[in-house]
Write a protein that binds this ligand. Sequence first.
Ligand code: SAH
Ligand code: SF4
Length: 339
Amino acid sequence: MRWMHHFGVNDFSQMSDIAKTLREKLQIETEITPPTVQLEQVSDDGTRKWLIGTDGANSIETVFIPEDDRGTLCISSQVGCALECTFCSTGRQGFNRNLSVAEIIGQLWVANHSLRQADGYNMLPPSERIISNVVMMGMGEPLANYDNVVTAMQIMLDDSAYGLSRRRVTLSTSGLVNAMDRLKEDCPVALAVSLHAPNDALRDVLVPINKKYPIKELMVACERYLVKAPRDFVTFEYVMLDGVNDTVEHAHQLLNVVKNVPCKFNLIPFNPFPESGYETSKPSHIRVFRDILMSAGYVVTVRKTRGDDIDAACGQLAGKVLDKTKRTLKKQIPIEAVA
Ligand code: SAH
Ligand code: SF4
């Protein structure tokens, strides 16, 4: 595991501290196959996106977001998504299949490997982490692919592989309550919950899984999640949809809904896509909404748009696979340069 994930080696013959006979056996009986990168794009702001082939016509996307104090990789868990949130282009695309453990952890492998060779990163010593944080916020609902996602996250946390602390791995869920209860026992990473609405009538529409796990149940599940890690908090994600969920009244309802859960808020300006039927909230409305939450003492971040020029933003990681022509590519790196 150390050879593969620390050093990016995918050839058993190079694993010099493993007995030769074992190396030969491994060579015959197993294989290490890195994922196929179809395209790597780099945004003006340093954000990178990899389009990774899965099977046939399907692809998934992985995004690296560099910031001053961290480097965050956004990883996909499924090809498409079955949960049909109305403002999400992955949801609109429908569900294709779950990713395997190898395909999930392979995204970290590919990103690490290719960043190590990239300008600005290639001089860094191997001990220095380029990817310091992972967020399971790409395509798919991670808790709907529970076993594979948990195994992949355990590899992320394993010192023989990536050795990330559990607070630096964040799983975002639309609120699959049963699976949240299992996760707190199996792999209690940082939790982000896609709330997006402060009452059931609206959430039933925006996040239809709410009909199965309504807001009250979801909030109690969040409280249970934090019982074992009292210094932790839940991050509530809230997409800002113009005139739909962004009024002063909605902000006050939201404060009431989350009152028992230690939490932060991440307001996400809606990323439009064709025929979505929604528009992004006006900046002034986002500011008012944010200020109401902040005045109540909460930490609130408004997500900055990163990688706009390469469609690397939240909720855009889908449906463009067959439609590359519309992209404004600032810089395309040929696949051979990445392999
Ligand atoms: N399925 C998981 C994780 C993937 S989506 C979940 O729903 O939590 C990561 C975040 O982006 C979620 O909060 C999701 O609701 C949000 N999102 C999806 N589509 C979006 C869009 N078009 N604009 C802004 N945020 C969006
Ligand atoms: Fe699936 Fe998350 Fe998109 Fe909802 S927001 S459709 S759960 S990927």
